[in-house]
Ligand binder design. Sequence first.
Ligand code: ADP
Length: 238
Amino acid sequence: MKKKQELYAGKAKSVYYTDDPNKLILFFRNDTSAFDGEKVDQLDRKGMVNNYFNNFIMQKLEENGIETHQIELISDQESVVKKLDMMPIECVIRNIATGSLCRRLGVEDGLDLNPPTFEFFLKNDELHDPMINDYHIRSFGWANDAEIEAMKILTFKVNDILSKLFSDAGLLLVDYKLEFGRFNGNIVLGDEFTPDGCRLWDMETRQKMDKDRFRQGLGGVVEAYEEVALRLGVKLPE
Ligand code: ADP
């Protein structure tokens, strides 16, 4: 697999073309950002930990019938993925209320959400990823009815699979963001699933084990990611 020119440099990953038009290489950088890129830093080992973490989660999802873009991990910070036609949409499920939801709706932080709630956001840093609904998605042609339905069903299915996986490791899956794309007529899970894009709390102490440690300046960011990886059984290089 030959790495060709860069297609896109995001806030945390760089995406490269390969000699196969249907495949890309994702390079997980050590860059960390929050608040739409306002707060940035370099965290040693983060790219590597996230690459292994994401590979592990994507494999678990595939084993449970979710089609993902992940093909294989090819180096500590790189994976080969299927090249998707990404939809500019973020799908969010929340099992516990925290963060922007509490600010928006004035609800208590830490409230269990039963049933969990689902939100769409437009992927647009300049506009600070505004919340959108099914009607916006249809009116602006970001996805059609069948794709909207598929994104919801898949995001909830991921919730069942991963809530159990994390709870077996003593962790609460508080909320998470997924991005989907089109591939050969199917809706396929793309981007990443790492502690950068979800919230994980220790089940006993409710200690934060995710990117909120960076957002809130709590320190021990990568250490927390590595602790989560260890509990899940993700094998990391020394
Ligand atoms: P951001 O764009 O939010 O700063 P990243 O730094 O993670 O995020 O950049 C990765 C970019 O690559 C994102 O725009 C994401 O939508 C895109 N991407 C992820 N997976 C794929 C894929 N399989 N095919 C095409 N694009 C992808």
